[in-house]
Design a protein around this ligand. Structure first.
Ligand SMILES: [Zn+2]
Length: 86
């Protein structure tokens, strides 16, 4: 019975050790993830739809990547037209 109690305490200690390690890791990760300031401003500029020549805000545009270039479209219909021209 006493051995079971010792085992439970040991298990709790291991759990606390793992939890503190994980939270320390997550805190460090959060600090690096927050340093992405200028990227937000870039998402608000206008991009041109190559299919219908409409300018759309980048954050609402439909994006398609072809090779190293990313194209932005006003709607999924324009993106489909660009991918399969008929
Ligand atoms: Zn369009």
């Amino acid at each position: 019975m006493l051995r079971l109690l010792a085992l439970a305490v040991l298990g709790l200690l291991i759990f606390l050790l793992i939890r503190s390690t994980v939270s320390a890791f997550l805190a460090g990760f959060g600090a690096t993830a927050r340093t992405g300031g200028p990227a937000r401003a870039l998402r608000n500029d206008l991009v041109k739809d190559p299919v219908c020549a409409t300018y759309v805000p980048r954050r609402t545009a439909v994006a398609r990547t072809a090779g190293a270039t990313t194209y932005y479209f006003c709607s999924p219909a324009c993106a489909a037209k660009f991918e399969a021209p008929t």
